[in-house]
Design a protein around this ligand. Structure first.
Ligand code: SAM
Length: 281
């Protein structure tokens, strides 16, 4: 039984890191004409009105997208400005931040005629929300298990594949399931660009994911971690969030470092961003 609902966390610092990374990667991929299949294995609702009682309960966006939005006219980084301009497009009133879009929306913004988008969501209520979003016709919404479905989907028919794996990690076994899904994907689509999001929690379960991928033999695994708090300060809840990118586009790290250098001070005095290669070439 799934209980996680992303509406409680929409627009938090992890979403900022995740969606800015996603946007930057897709921008790089669009430099070539050849078609791309995007797979979002854990899609969520697609769009989150911030005024709902779920989002208002924790108001996590206040420590995420909110300070960025407030400073948007003073930011110098071109990537960040471009990303925030696109976010403005999700708002019914341009000057007011009332909605935060999820990964299906960010992926849909950059979808071309020749591309396909497959959005998996396993929670019936979340899938229903996703179903009423206005998305381009190449976006297919599937009520199903995004990881298990890879067995039927891969290899894809398009020359290129880009995947986001963004589980809620409600079950500890999901860390290992993600490793298996990535290994399978890389066997079937060696050049796929695969993004994996993970939480930094005091229990340190993400080490299962990192160790599993390190031992898998997969090369070119880039890692970035955004820490909002010192690990020692936080006894429960997320102190940070991580993104892995397998086969990252050339220059990704450079672009994100520059953008994150402007973002981190806005997220708080202890916030910091770090990137490295979990596994090199
Ligand atoms: N990717 C979304 C975004 O960036 O806006 C957020 C996704 S949220 C962290 C995780 C979602 O995955 C939840 O909506 C949950 O119901 C769904 N989910 C959990 N297990 C799943 C599975 N095996 N297949 C597909 N969806 C799943």
């Amino acid at each position: 039984m799934l209980s996680y609902q992303h509406a409680y966390h929409a627009g938090n610092f992890a979403d900022v890191q995740k969606h800015l990374t996603l946007y930057t990667i897709v921008n790089h991929l669009l430099r070539k004409e050849s078609s791309i299949t995007y797979i979002d294995t854990h899609a969520g609702r697609g769009l989150y009105p911030l005024a709902t009682k779920e989002t208002q309960r924790l108001k996590e966006y206040r420590e995420g997208i909110w300070p960025l939005w407030q400073s948007r006219h003073q930011l110098a980084n071109p990537l960040l400005n471009e990303w925030l301009n696109i976010l403005e497009g999700a708002q019914p009133e341009i000057a007011e931040l009332s909605h935060y879009p999820g990964s299906p929306w960010w992926l849909s913004q950059q979808l071309r005629q020749q591309d396909l988008l497959k959005l998996f969501e396993l929670h019936p209520g979340e899938h229903e929300h996703l179903n009423v979003q206005v998305l381009p016709k190449q976006a297919q919404r599937i009520y199903g298990d995004g990881l298990a479905s890879l067995r039927k989907l891969l290899p894809v028919a398009t020359p290129r594949l880009c995947m986001l794996i963004d589980p809620s990690y409600e079950r500890k076994t999901e860390y290992q399931e993600v490793v298996e899904a990535v290994v399978y994907t890389m066997e079937k689509a060696r050049h796929a660009v695969v993004m994996v999001w993970y939480p930094l929690l005091p229990a340190g379960h993400h080490h299962t994911l990192l160790a599993g991928l390190k031992e898998s033999g997969i090369a070119k695994i880039w890692r970035s971690e955004l820490q909002l708090y010192q690990q020692s300060e936080q006894t429960h809840g997320m102190y940070g969030s991580g993104m892995l990118v397998i086969n990252p586009p050339w220059g990704l790290g450079e672009h994100l470092t520059a953008a994150m250098a402007e973002i981190t001070p806005l997220l708080g005095a202890t916030s910091r961003y770090h990137m490295d290669w979990l596994v090199g070439e």
